[in-house]
Design a protein around this ligand. Structure first.
Ligand SMILES: Cc1cc2nc3c(=O)[nH]c(=O)nc-3n(C[C@H](O)[C@H](O)[C@H](O)COP(=O)(O)OP(=O)(O)OC[C@H]3O[C@@H](n4cnc5c(N)ncnc54)[C@H](O)[C@@H]3O)c2cc1C
Ligand SMILES: O=C(O)[C@@H]1CCCCN1
Length: 387
């Protein structure tokens, strides 16, 4: 058994842990990034080719955070010499007099995000092959687009290594012993560190258990569905078909969203924003497909250019907090343990900013954003902490 000492150990090499490790190494911290699976892998939340990047949020603080995150993505692209996203715009659709759409619209306008409001009579001229529901409004966040997720993850891990960081994959952390110098144990080593960052995605609670903490998180399996274009290319990224989010669709309570065809030419990704509870170690035992029926009904009604039968179904996990806001905080009793968790199905686009914030927390700096919405203390009741 080896016992080496680091300035910081990051547990979990998804997008959040990889970005955190990168900012630590960039700022001269001797950093180890530990990952349970051999990289790359498709068992957590950060795999797959694409994610939406957007400023369209209903809370002002996410818009402000995205202002910075876009800049950080651009810096990473420049440093690596790799293009990590394409601008397509994001079409937001929803009942004009509903609960959600007016809030997004107001926040975008208040925050002066470049936005185009589409009138019903001009909708199909801008967005072909899409039926706008009666009573729905439509707007386009023109800053938005597609992030190349797998490529981004690989790139950030490479930049981390180029800056002297060490990745050990295939090393599941099986114990944490907190203290001013914490010890992290895997099957093949014990590593000592002044500071620990836990970014373990759907597994975060099993690691926090070693520190006496439990967070109220729900792990959901999302069926990632791809649908065949009747005319190949009609919803393609190359034609700058936008990403879309339909809030309050007629078919269901939760959002439906899509990304233009890209990774599998001729197939567009359209998914439901909620899944069924799953154990991350037993993901494939969760076989519920009721969301796919909702998507079929929506596609038949609104996207006549797609065959309403999924051509490919993959899976991915959400780790969701009760209010769907992230956890970015120090451990309540061990201040040298920092936690990034509960990204609730919308964390990828914030990756570089989350990495920068967790780096700031773990090196004792004042974080560059107000972290009040992300504090552990917001969770009330018995699940708050087992301490
Ligand atoms: C279908 C789907 C669509 C999404 N769409 C979007 C989108 O359009 N835009 C957007 O911004 N976000 C989106 N998200 C959300 C985004 O992908 C996640 O918020 C983000 O990937 C979470 O990253 P993470 O690093 O926290 O978790 P993960 O990627 O799960 O990383 C955690 C890592 O920790 C490792 N780990 C766990 N336990 C241990 C252990 N004991 N020892 C060592 N390693 C361990 C895991 O193996 C894993 O690699 C989507 C997510 C899904 C599933
Ligand atoms: O984070 C996002 O932008 C998307 C919105 C739709 C649901 C999945 N996540």
């Amino acid at each position: 058994m080896s016992s080496q000492e680091y300035d910081c150990i990051v547990i979990g090499a998804g997008i959040q842990g990889s970005c955190t490790a990168y900012y630590l190494a960039k700022n001269n911290q001797k950093t180890l990034l530990l990952e349970q699976f051999v990289l790359p892998h498709a068992r957590g939340s950060s795999h797959g080719q694409t994610r939406i990047i957007r400023k369209a949020y209903d809370e002002d603080y996410y818009v402000r955070m995205m202002d910075e995150s876009y800049g950080l993505w651009a810096e990473l692209e420049k440093e690596a010499g790799v293009k990590l996203h394409s601008r397509t715009g994001l079409l937001m659709l929803g009942p004009e007099n509903g609960r959600d759409y007016p809030r997004y619209k107001q926040t975008l306008q208040r925050s002066r995000v470049p936005t185009v409001l589409l009138r019903r009579e001009e909708f199909s001229q801008h967005i072909p092959n899409f039926n706008l529901t009666d009573g729905d409004g439509a707007l386009v966040d023109t800053t938005a687009g597609v992030l190349y997720a797998d490529k981004a993850l690989r790139t950030i891990q490479r930049l981390f290594q180029l800056r002297g960081g060490e990745i050990k994959d295939g090393q599941k952390v099986s114990d944490i012993s907190p203290g001013p110098v914490a010890t992290v144990t895997t099957a093949t080593g014990a590593y000592r560190t002044k500071s620990l960052v836990i970014t373990a995605g759907p597994w975060v609670n099993s690691l926090l258990a070693y520190t006496g903490l439990g967070l109220p998180l729900k792990v959901e399996k999302i069926n990632v569905c791809y649908w065949r274009e009747k005319v190949p290319g009609s919803y393609s990224i190359h034609k700058r078909f936008p990403c879309f989010i339909q809030v309050e669709p007629l078919e269901s309570k939760h959002h439906i969203y899509g990304l233009p065809s890209n990774e599998y030419p001729g197939l567009m990704k359209v998914c439901y924003h909620v899944g069924k509870d799953a154990d991350p170690d037993e993901r494939d035992r969760q076989t519920d497909r009721s969301d796919i029926e909702i998507l079929q009904r929506y596609i038949s009604r609104c996207m006549p250019g797609l065959v309403p039968v999924p051509a490919v179904v993959e899976s991915c996990l959400y780790t969701t907090t009760p209010d769907t806001h992230f956890v970015l905080d120090r451990h309540p009793t061990h201040s040298n343990i920092v936690i990034g968790a509960g990204f609730s199905g919308h964390g990828f686009k914030f990756g570089p900013l989350v990495g920068k914030i967790l780096y700031e927390l773990s090196t004792g700096q004042v974080p560059s954003h107000d972290l009040t919405p992300f504090k552990i203390s917001r969770f009330q009741g018995p699940s708050k902490s087992a301490l």
